[in-house]
Design a protein around this ligand. Sequence first.
Ligand SMILES: [Zn+2]
Length: 214
Amino acid sequence: MLKISSFQFNSYAENTYCIYNEYNELIIVDPGCYQPNEYTTLIDFIDEKKMKPVQMILTHAHIDHIYGVNKLCLDFKIEPYMSALEVPVYEMAIWAGELFGTPVDKYEGNFHFIDETSVIKLRNDTLKILHTPGHSPGSLSFYDATQNWVISGDTLFLNSIGRTDFPLCNHNDLISAIQNKLYQLPDNTTVYSGHGHPTNIGYEKKMNPFVKAN
Ligand SMILES: [Zn+2]
């Protein structure tokens, strides 16, 4: 059975998630660590629970979700997994970091590419991958069907939806990803978003001011 812990990092208040099993094997999701104390917070959590990071997965490659990719991959000898459609988004994040004066520690290693035909496995547990584009072309959501939760990246938030005013965003794609993928999950599915508090599918289908259920 997977457990999930969340951390809020960097000036964008991004949510980084740790998913781990009873053997203390751990997947790091969207490492937004930027300041030294943010790395310390995450690494202390991992050390105190004697966890072994085995994989890193990215919902998407915007700057606030990828600051920690390089250091954590090198430190823990793991490699990042994301959609191939996020390669130009990652390159843009490097450029944006220079532009905003918050340079990204660029990862020069190997990215593994995943899509809806792939599965994230942590020993006996699996996460289903949903392609939920719109906020970025290769945005992915990670769904635990056993315990009914989904990590939605910046696609769906409590009472809100992802921005689509950045390059490579597509508003219609976002709306249809929410209606046709996320809103098809059971109403009691907990949604862990890339920013802000968790919510659930049933609540958003009724109350989300931007996207109602079909
Ligand atoms: Zn984003």
